[in-house]
Ligand binder design. Sequence first.
Ligand SMILES: NC(=O)c1ccc[n+]([C@@H]2O[C@H](COP(=O)([O-])OP(=O)(O)OC[C@H]3O[C@@H](n4cnc5c(N)ncnc54)[C@H](OP(=O)(O)O)[C@@H]3O)[C@@H](O)[C@H]2O)c1
Length: 293
Amino acid sequence: LVYWPNGQFEIGGNMSDKKVWLVTGAGRGMGLDIAKAVLAAGDNLVATGRNTDKVAKALGESANLLVVKLDVTNPSDAEYAAKAVLDRFGRIDVLVNNAASFYAGYFEELSSEQMERQLAASLIGPMNVTRAFLPIMRKQRSGKIISISSSAGFGGFAFGSAYAASKFGLEGWMESVQTEVEPFGIQTMIVNPGFFRTELLTEESTNYAKAYIQDYNEGREQQHAFWKAQNGQQSGNPAKLAQALIKLASQKEMPHRFIAGADAIGTAEQKVALLQQQIDAYRGLSTSLDYDS
Ligand SMILES: NC(=O)c1ccc[n+]([C@@H]2O[C@H](COP(=O)([O-])OP(=O)(O)OC[C@H]3O[C@@H](n4cnc5c(N)ncnc54)[C@H](OP(=O)(O)O)[C@@H]3O)[C@@H](O)[C@H]2O)c1
């Protein structure tokens, strides 16, 4: 079902107690699993994507479904989506910033254009969408924003400088916004998945840097082999993650962070231990930097 709004809207027009969700990148991967889980829970869904035919085909018909074109890198798409949601449902309860891409490669071999495209999709994209929906949530004095980060949101890794930069950025932004919008009844949750079996590591979603620096030849070969071998073998089941998100979003208070998957917990625990070790190693020097008075 593709719905074209007439540009008129009214907040509070929908008196139903079904929640209204918007999911970005709902045509495939984790976004599709989240979208299916929302419909299965009986809630209303605004499923968005760059290609609305693809999204509509993936989800089939449902009275609770509105499909809207939303390329997250385009702020006017985001504003249009916000108007379409108000026009059709009169409110927004849960916004899921899911869409992202993966630019893989050594930092020196990633072009500045690739870095910009990574940040545009995975960092600026969620900002564009959230900026369009916050005025509605503030007016409602309610709303939940779920941003899908990664274990790359708290730990960098070789070949992942672009992706990790986008996810670290996403987290710094989301944590800051959380404190700004909390007074208006708006909650945020960062989700850190480990490896989940989606389409992220397929050619459609993963873009490799151009190989041209000889010093990296050996490592690059191993990296390519690793990432290609991971595709289809990831242990995480995105349908189960989708169910977990439905559960968390239905709580009165969502956690500010949800670490998804035993592998992601392992990465988080390593990071916590490393930070503690880094604090302890130079505590004396760190705490000796104030003015003497
Ligand atoms: N799978 C994992 O192991 C894993 C681990 C950690 C975090 N994550 C995160 O989970 C989220 C979902 O990823 P996934 O694993 O489901 O990947 P995926 O299967 O590759 O799906 C990516 C989705 O994002 C959409 N997308 C990409 N660029 C977009 C844009 N500019 N505007 C709108 N939609 C766009 C894609 O739509 P198109 O069909 O139009 O390309 C697709 O629907 C991402 O934030 C990812 O970083 C995934």
